[in-house]
Write a protein that binds this ligand. Structure first.
Ligand SMILES: Cc1cc2nc3c(=O)[nH]c(=O)nc-3n(C[C@H](O)[C@H](O)[C@H](O)COP(=O)(O)OP(=O)(O)OC[C@H]3O[C@@H](n4cnc5c(N)ncnc54)[C@H](O)[C@@H]3O)c2cc1C
Length: 459
């Protein structure tokens, strides 16, 4: 690819902290312009950030559920990787283990609700949805916001409340409403008065109370949903993207744990592990807020909370008690959030299914993996989900997996972000922006930031 010439001749030195999709996208866009001299600085040995899998016994286990649509933003920059992604061709993508122990469509269906609670309770829940429009009209807390749309009974009975608490790793009372509702827009879509009326009038899709937010309908085509290449994320990020970036003149510095960053009157000086120092005109951080504040020597004076992810990996020989690739836990008990059965995408291995179990946990140094494993195994045993030989293969803990936006943190985080902006540091991505964003959101934000940077330099 030939580069576009910039408006001035002096190179603009850009440091991008973090080699996840946000950092990669920004570098990909800016590297189209020869005026930018870009370093991606990544502390781990690989690119890709949270897009990560673990190889055990010839099998790749993702740390969790990663689904991409065929218009995933990274494909625009790297068309050569599209065909490596595997279309999800299993009949059923997602299902739920209901609070009564049945398998339902994800997140829930009317049939499933009636099966669990009976017709009378179902009619009661329908009336309650209408009444809730008055009872919870203020929608000033997360639970009242959800109840306004789907009523209290469905919120509780469906297991949605416990699921949300599992997802965010804290009580629904502590979760900031603005933050959470970004991820729960499907509830609004199906539970608004307009949606209910249009359903009554058209009697369209009567079997769904609400359907999956950003992916395909389970009923419709699943051809647009993709998963990473069978060889793992490394094939995309380290074999292909890394080399393309380097060929475009980007320096990709992995295994690079920075020592310090000094703010200069104009620009930044970064001190590397081997003590050498480089000067930069622009600094973009996609790393956690407390990491960047530590590097610039101005620690944040309040705790920034994250939830960690513990992923357990298993092989299984026997009869699976569910058909879908992804099984979400909507029961009241069990700490696990969902099971992702990779053998449904990539075929079984030596006759075994293989899967990962996602569990959101407190971000501490003393996570009791044995207890989490026992909790999972005894919980699923109670529901007969794995009739056969369950073979534990390993686990991984990912710290900083989920920003935890509790209600009392919102203003403080906004102040901290403003502080970095004033210092001339751009924050980007899930960690940098401290937001619960998807890969695609991270890519969109990176593209927007690239536009701003270009505009600032008259490009
Ligand atoms: C289990 C799970 C499942 C998900 N599933 C989906 C999905 O299906 N679809 C979807 O669109 N999104 C999904 N997401 C969200 C998606 O993975 C993230 O939004 C995206 O990866 C964020 O990219 P990022 O570059 O902003 O941050 P990250 O991927 O977190 O990258 C930040 C990078 O900074 C590096 N770093 C940290 N500290 C330092 C330091 N001091 N110096 C240098 N480098 C440092 C890290 O090693 C990392 O590589 C999921 C997330 C999780 C946790």
């Amino acid at each position: 690819m030939s580069k576009v010439k910039g408006a001035t001749k002096t190179p603009i030195r850009v440091a991008i902290l973090g080699g996840g999709v946000a950092g990669i996208t920004l570098a990909s866009e800016l590297s189209k312009y020869s005026i930018f001299d870009i370093d991606i600085i990544e502390k781990s040995s690989v690119l890709g950030g949270l897009h990560r899998n673990v190889n055990i016994g010839n099998l790749n286990y993702d740390i969790g559920l990663f689904l991409f649509s065929s218009n995933y933003g990274l494909f625009e920059f790297y068309p050569e990787i599209v065909d490596l992604y595997v279309p999800v061709n299993c009949k059923l993508l997602r299902s739920s283990l209901t609070s009564r122990g049945n398998i339902d469509r994800y997140p829930m269906s009317i049939e499933g609700y009636i099966q669990d609670y009976g017709l009378l309770k179902f009619f009661y829940a329908c009336v309650e949805i209408i009444v809730s429009k008055i009872l919870y009209y203020k929608r000033n807390t997360l639970s009242s916001w959800i109840k306004y749309y789907i009523g209290n009974s469905i919120y509780q009975d469906s297991g949605l409340r416990t699921y949300i608490e599992r997802l965010y790793g804290t009580s629904d009372k502590n979760i900031d409403i603005e933050f959470a509702t970004k991820r729960l827009s499907a509830i609004k879509r199906v539970g608004s008065l307009r949606a209910i009326l249009s359903k009554i009038i058209t009697l369209k899709n009567p079997e769904y109370l609400f359907k999956n937010d950003n992916l395909n309908s389970l009923k419709g085509s699943v051809s647009k949903t993709l998963v990473r290449p069978q060889e793992g994320f490394g094939k995309v990020y380290n074999d292909i993207i890394r080399n393309i970036l380097i060929s475009r003149g980007v320096s990709v510095l992995t295994d690079c744990q920075l020592k310090a960053i000094r703010l200069l009157d104009k620009g930044f000086e970064i001190e590397f592990p081997d003590n050498h120092r480089n000067l930069y005109d622009k600094l973009i951080s996609t790393i956690p807020l407390e990491a960047i504040s530590f590097l610039i020597g101005k620690p944040i004076d309040f705790p920034i909370e994250y939830r960690a992810l513990c992923s357990l990996f298993y092989r299984f020989n026997g009869e699976l008690g569910y058909d879908a690739a992804v099984l979400n836990n909507f029961t009241e008990e069990g700490a696990w959030k969902r099971i992702i059965t990779f053998s449904k995408y990539y075929a079984t291995y030596e006759g075994d299914d293989y899967f990962a179990v996602e569990i959101t946990v407190e971000n501490s140094d003393n996570i009791d993996k044995i207890q989490l494993r026992e909790n999972f195994e005894s919980h699923v045993k109670g529901f007969g989900l794995f009739q056969g030989e369950l073979k534990y293969q390993g686990d991984i803990i990912i710290k900083n997996a989920y920003p935890c936006y509790s209600r009392d943190l919102v203003d403080k985080v906004a102040t901290a972000k403003h502080f970095f902006k004033e210092l001339g540091i751009d924050l980007l991505g899930r960690q940098g922006e401290f937001d619960y964003i998807s890969s695609n959101d991270a890519i969109v934000n990176a593209k927007e930031l690239a536009e701003k940077i270009k505009a600032n330099y008259g490009i």
